[in-house]
Design a protein around this ligand. Sequence first.
Ligand code: SAH
Length: 384
Amino acid sequence: MKTALDLTRKPDLPAVPSSLAGLSLPALKTQMETLGVEPKKAGMRAKQLRRWLHHFGATDFNAMTDLSKDLRAQLSDAHTLSRPEIAEHKVSVDGTQKWLVRFQPGVEGESVFIPAVSNKTGALCVSSQVGCTLNCTFCHTGTQKLVRNLTAQEIAAQVLIARDALGEWPASVEGRQLTNIVFMGMGEPLYNLDNVAEAIDTLSDGEGLAIGRRRITVSTAGVAPKIPELGARTGAMLAISLHAVRDDLRDEIVPINRKYDLQTLFEAIRAYPELNNSKRVTFEYVMLKGVNDSLAEARDLVKLLRGIPAKINLIPFNPWPGSPYECSDWEVIEAFAEVVNRAGYSSPIRTPRGRDIFAACGQLRSESVKKSAAEKRREQLAAG
Ligand code: SAH
């Protein structure tokens, strides 16, 4: 018998997601319609489901007492509520937790929960892609080729996994530790903006995961044309991985700068909607010894930021095996911070967290590799 292959569909993603957990409200509605729920009622059923899935963190259709028994039976025949498999879970001596999440066989990405230290905000750092296309020279993820974009559901599922581990259901529970989301894991979120925006709708839904848009930060290495669009579509906070204040150096260490130089980048930042003192841009600046850490550069940084409501996050460089840089000396980082501070900008030095479990900024990497279309087809055929 000949096996017919449907090449119009992406070969590695099922047309109907088997799990509903993490799906956006519009996607849940589509699934209800696919199940045969009459169109007039599909929206309402989707809203009920959303509350069970993302407010209560339900893992069993039987708990959904406001849905008819028939619908519950139909749902459990067609779907599950499972999360992606956790391939590895590590806890640091400082309380940081890291998950290696297997989105599908051979497609693994990392998320990191960074608990609060002095204030009451704990952040989950999520990945938007497996691998990355950017090749920033100081970043470990940059040594892993792009495997693929994560779907909106896969991005939201990282939050479900963290809430499960923290036992924070219902999602709006008083005193919860997971209060913020940062898109600072693997990948470049603005190269996957459709899925990132859909995931942010799911995360920020007050009837669901209930993490306000002002508590969600999206970090970009500088995909300038997408920056204002990010603001308009998501209302999220913006972070920029700056790391250099001159084009020649930034061309080298953040190579996307060759495409969108500093001037283009800063025009896009100034066009970010609603910037003011309560909605500031975060500039991340990794401190690389002898590369970008002079006081002259600190002064140029201040000039570059003129007129932009900003805070600067100085990140001590986190080493990884074979990394070509060293972290600046502590006194140098402090002196750099002092210049920036005196100009009126808050410039906290980011304490490295989770270094012992390789969860700190720029240390994330998985073994996943992109397979050729031919390899995928061969695997599909073998699996029948
Ligand atoms: N691609 C996006 C999202 C990743 S954010 C972006 O570049 O903004 C990850 C942050 O960690 C970025 O600011 C990145 O520059 C920083 N980083 C990467 N490698 C690092 C390292 N080895 N030490 C410290 N920070 C690093």
